[in-house]
Structures are given as structure tokens and as C-alpha cells.
Design a protein around this ligand. Structure first.
Ligand code: SF4
Length: 327
């Protein structure tokens, strides 16, 4: 058991109001009372993660660019020789600040493209102008920070499933390094899940277009298409109900290799706990990261198959990595 990466959320302030974030709001309300960790506390966490062997820090949010001490935090993480990834909407902040942070050593910047259509992307973000800001930011950072790799993210939902091949086309046009593909998570009321008819359309009509787009640019495209078509071992019937893992989910490696640390100091075994607000492993104000990592609560979590795991889309994650050849 080795802590490979931590996902930290220094702030949950945001420049958007995305549809998939609704079910995290109960947990986030707590933070308004608890307040955010200080830079000193984050540096202590980074020191402790370093001692546990952690090599990757993913900075997410909220919108991490709204965390005032992000430049100092990134510099501190880089001083430990760890890889830094920032997840950002690419919208609603000073691009020159982002340039300064990237040049402080950010290895990967991940800017989601939920659609190639402005209205769909902005509709998912519930934020006018979010799409064009994201495109502008990708363009700006590509030119100004050539050492920072630019990645993107896409989740499949009824709002955007028909756009997938066009999103991939856009990624290629923008020379995106990789697209992280997954299914919408935390949609417990089934508002944006594809129904069985839409899933069938996705497989029979969208996937062939995806194949045509990625074949020249993705070395393992057959493997990726197989994964997308096979639905990762689940079925149209289950997927339309938001059940991504109908069978036994153990052992899940995730809580044995990664941790999520929120702005109030709560330490979570994985993303789904943000939605359920239960089984939080501990708080950094009460225990060290090592105590939480090796503690009873987390060990119990690792050994138990929870009902919530059936609704976890993490195993359906697919990395679509592009390869660009000089012509
Ligand atoms: S919710 Fe369950 S399956 Fe998903 S990452 Fe957590 S432990 Fe693993």
C-alpha cells in the first residue's frame, strides 16, 4: 500500500455552477463554517505526503485559481520534486496569473471541454462565456507555457453524448495531450443519465464517428473503442440507472493509492464520499496525514464493499491520449 497521489481542494469557491456539482453542495456548506486551511497547513500536508512516498499532487476545487496562495503552494510542491496537475475551468480569472503559476512548474493543466458547442458547454457550467474562455485559455497557455501539458476532461451525459466525436476533433485541433473520459457521477436523481435508447444510439451512432476521428491520432484506439463499446462489463440496463458496477467491486485500489483532501482539512478515501458526506477518514486538524492513512477508518473502508460503490463511475474512466506526428 503506497500513497501515489493526493487530490487537494484548497478552495471550493468557484467561477461556475456546474450541473454535476449539485449533490456536493451539502458537504461544501460545512466549509463556509469551518474555514479554509492556511498555506502553512497545506505545506505540512505536502511534507507528510512526501514522507509517505506521494509523487503527484492534483489541485482541484472549486476553482483552484481562486485560492489566493496558489503560486506559493505550487512552488512549495515543486520544491519537493512532485508532479503538479491543476484542474481548472479556464474561466473567470486573470490569465496572466495562470501563466505565472504554470511557469512556476505546473506539469499538467486540465481544462474540461464538455462540448464543442458553446451553448451546451455553458449550459453544463451554467455560466455564459465559459466555453470561449476555456478555448482562449488553452490557446494562451499553449503559446506562453510550452512546458505545461494541456489535458482535457469530458463526462458522458444526456446533455452532451452526441458531441463526443466533435469534442475529440476539437482536442486534436487544439493539440490537447489527452482527454479523460468518464460517465457522469453523483447523478443520484438520474436527471442527466442517458436512458436505454440514448445509450443504444451512443453505441451505434456516436462510437463509429469517434473511431473515425481518433484512429489517426491515438495509438491504442482499438483498445479504447473496445472499452467504450463493451461498457466496461456493465450493461445498458444498469448504466441507464446510474449503476456503473453492478457486481462485486472489491478490491478497489483507489483508497489504497490516493486520498482527497478538502479545504476544511477533511480527508476522504475517494470522490464518491463528497456526495454522500459519510465515511470521511479524518481531519487534518485532529490527526496527521500518516495517522489517517494508516488508521482504522481508512483500513475498514478499504476492506468493505459499500452500496455506493455500485454507483461509482471511476472504473469506467478511459484515458484517450493523442499522438501528433510532425508532417
Ligand atoms: S466509491 Fe467505491 S469503487 Fe468508487 S473509488 Fe470509492 S471505494 Fe472505489
Amino acid at each position: 500500500m503506497e500513497l501515489k497521489r493526493i487530490i487537494i481542494k484548497p478552495t471550493i469557491l468557484c467561477t461556475a455552477d456546474c450541473v454535476m456539482c449539485v449533490n456536493r453542495q451539502d458537504l461544501y456548506k460545512k466549509f463556509a463554517i469551518a474555514g479554509e486551511l492556511t498555506l502553512v497547513e497545506w505545506c505540512d500536508i505536502i511534507d507528510n505526503a512526501d514522507r509517505l512516498g506521494c509523487k503527484v499532487v492534483i489541485i482541484s476545487g472549486g476553482e483552484p485559481l481562486l485560492y489566493k496562495e496558489l503560486p506559493e503552494l505550487v512552488s512549495y510542491i515543486k520544491s519537493k520534486d512532485m508532479l503538479v496537475v491543476i484542474n481548472t475551468s479556464g474561466h473567470g480569472y486573470d490569465k496572466n496569473l495562470l501563466k505565472m503559476i504554470c511557469n512556476a512548474g505546473v506539469d499538467d493543466l486540465s481544462i474540461p471541454l464538455y462540448s464543442n458547442d458553446e451553448d451546451i458547454h455553458d449550459g453544463i457550467r451554467k455560466t455564459k462565456g465559459a466555453f470561449f474562455s476555456a478555448i482562449e485559455t488553452i490557446d494562451f497557455i499553449s503559446k506562453e507555457c510550452p512546458d505545461t501539458k494541456i489535458n482535457s476532461q469530458y463526462f458522458l451525459s444526456k446533455l452532451n453524448y452526441r458531441c463526443l466525436s466533435e469534442v475529440l476533433n476539437l482536442c486534436i485541433k487544439l493539440k490537447i495531450n489527452k482527454l479523460d473520459f468518464t460517465y457522469i457521477e453523483g447523478d443520484f436523481n438520474h436527471e442527466n443519465l442517458l436512458n436505454a435508447t440514448e445509450l443504444t444510439e451512443y453505441i451505434s451512432e456516436v462510437i463509429p464517428k469517434v473511431t473515425n476521428v481518433i484512429a489517426p491520432y491515438v495509438d491504442n484506439y482499438r483498445e479504447i473503442i473496445d472499452k467504450l463499446i463493451s461498457l466496461h462489463g456493465t450493461s445498458v440496463n444498469y448504466l441507464s440507472k446510474g449503476i456503473y458496477q453492478p457486481g462485486n467491486t472489491l478490491p478497489c485500489k483507489r483508497p489504497s493509492e490516493a486520498l482527497l483532501i478538502l479545504c476544511n482539512g477533511d480527508v476522504l478515501p475517494c470522490n464518491m464520499i463528497e456526495y454522500t458526506n459519510q465515511r470521511i477518514a479524518g481531519n487534518i486538524k485532529d490527526s496527521t496525514l500518516t495517522e489517517i492513512w494508516t488508521g482504522t477508518k481508512l483500513n475498514l473502508f478499504r476492506d468493505t464493499n459499500f452500496p455506493i460503490c455500485r454507483m461509482c463511475s471511476l472504473p469506467l474512466y478511459t484515458k484517450i491520449k493523442f499522438t501528433y506526428y510532425d508532417i
